[in-house]
Design a protein around this ligand. Structure first.
Ligand SMILES: Nc1ncnc2c1ncn2[C@@H]1O[C@H](COP(=O)(O)OP(=O)(O)O)[C@@H](O)[C@H]1O
Ligand SMILES: [Mg+2]
Length: 416
């Protein structure tokens, strides 16, 4: 089958890699140098709808797979479906689960999904009154820009002063633009975080193996948040029973509530979760595969990923995807300075990689036949092994033969 994969990151490279492994044809746009090794790449931006539609008409894919959230929020999946293309990715209404935290929390409440107490505000004075009351009641808070803020719109506050500052920053200074015009203020939760990726095709759902991510830039979970510095799977702390509980309490109810207001869901639902004692609480939903989570997950799936995506795109029941009896780990190699300012255009050298390693391209491009850095997160080194220890060793071996000026990575992925 022929898949049109839309996006240009490590996520799309990993999806494309898995599809090609299964014998499918992969065409991508705007793609990246990694995707270019898998099949035809077309340099069409994801906001150029006319050209994307023309491309799809020309190549006649069996399925269009939309990788990132922004085009989903903007309604790209709607456009393809309206033009008769089987499409993986929710429409603009369902994508508001990620595009608006205020909407998302309201839907959680309506659906009875366990989540932190919250209120939404656009008035800074009322917001500050609310946080004062929460701190008086002994709570701490998380202040969140409601709109999509590239993972930088959440401030977890242990002090009232911090919360007031975050509110001023978002509602008075306007540092987050439109995304920060509304803030969601919720009680701070404490506990272990994990996430669940669930394929959704109407009533049919299928959760993928759980991968744990590491969000902070430095070892020991220190320093600022990033898009993700590495992931591993399996995660012993997340049992099958916990996955089932999450499906019942967090995934099914939100899908039912969306269906009640005539919002269908076809794609992957990413539930961001925190264990509050033995209760699982939902922090957020995303409407696309987590990256780098999916770079690890695809290494643990047997044949049938492409069939499952296609079933979702057609609105059919999702076939089982076997899970391999292995472990996988992805180590993100990032530019020096990331997640702050960093330089691009550093030449990348890749030596001879150990067996079983795949290098997924997240922020690279080719200039004069030379692969160079082109983003904060540059490469995802994905390894497999019989055990997590084995996978970890292999990934770190691989990192030794990859080099560019300023390259940084964490040394403790999968080690805790
Ligand atoms: N209520 C909360 N209590 C404690 N930590 C939180 C809470 N909400 C969010 N966080 C922390 O902030 C991170 C980002 O929040 P999230 O809601 O996932 O937004 P986004 O991924 O869009 O930035 C979470 O992964 C979690 O570590
Ligand atoms: Mg998140």
């Amino acid at each position: 089958m022929r898949f049109l994969v839309l996006g240009s990151g490590g996520r799309e490279h990993a999806i494309g890699w898995k599809l090609v492994q299964e014998g499918h044809e992969v065409v991508s746009a705007p793609g990246n140098p990694g995707l270019a090794e898998l099949g035809e790449v077309y340099e069409v931006a994801l906001n150029n709808r006319m050209e994307l539609l023309e491309l799809a008409k020309r190549i006649e894919p069996d399925l269009v797979v939309i990788g990132p959230e922004d085009p989903l929020i903007a309604g790209l999946a709607n456009m393809f479906r309206e033009n008769g293309f089987a499409t993986f990715g929710p429409g603009t209404d369902a994508a508001r689960l990620e595009g608006s935290k205020a909407f998302s929390k309201d839907m959680m409440k309506r659906a009875g999904v366990p989540t932190a107490e919250y209120q939404s505000f656009s008035d800074p004075i009322q917001a500050k009154e609310y946080v004062a009351a929460r701190f008086d009641a002994g709570a701490q808070v998380a202040v969140k820009a409601s709109g999509a803020a590239l993972g930088k719109g959440v401030v977890v506050c242990s002090e009232l002063e911090e919360a007031n500052q975050a509110i001023s920053e978002m509602l008075e200074v306007g540092s987050f633009g439109q995304a920060g015009k509304t803030v969601v203020i919720e009680d701070r939760l404490f506990g272990r975080e994990f996430s669940l990726l669930t394929l959704v095709s109407g009533d049919s759902i299928h959760s993928l193996p759980v991968a744990q991510d590491h969000k902070r830039i430095f070892d020991g979970d220190e320093g600022p948040n990033t898009g993700g510095m590495g992931t591993y799977s399996p995660v012993s702390a997340v049992s099958k029973a916990l996955v089932q509980q999450t499906e019942e309490e967090v995934v099914r109810p939100i899908l039912s509530s969306l269906a009640e207001i005539d919002i269908p869901y076809q794609g992957v639902l990413f539930s961001g979760l925190m264990m509050d004692g033995d209760q699982v609480k939902c922090l957020e939903y995303n409407v696309r595969f987590g990256d780098p989570e999916i770079q690890t997950v695809v290494r643990r799936l047997g044949a049938g990923f492409g069939d499952a995506l296609l079933a979702v795109g057609k609105g059919e029941s999702i076939p089982e995807i076997p899970v391999l009896d292995n472990a996988s780990l992805t180590l993100v190699l990032a530019s020096g300075g990331y997640p702050g300012d960093y330089e691009k255009g550093k030449p990348i050298e890749i030596g001879e990689l150990p067996d079983g390693v795949e290098v997924f391209h997240a922020g690279t491009r080719i200039v004069n036949d030379q692969l160079v850095t082109n983003g904060g997160r540059v490469l995802g080194v994905s390894s497999v092994g019989k055990t997590l220890d084995e996978a970890r060793k292999v990934a770190y071996e691989a990192a030794k033969v990859i080099h560019w000026e300023g390259m940084q990575f964490r040394s403790d992925i999968g080690a805790n």
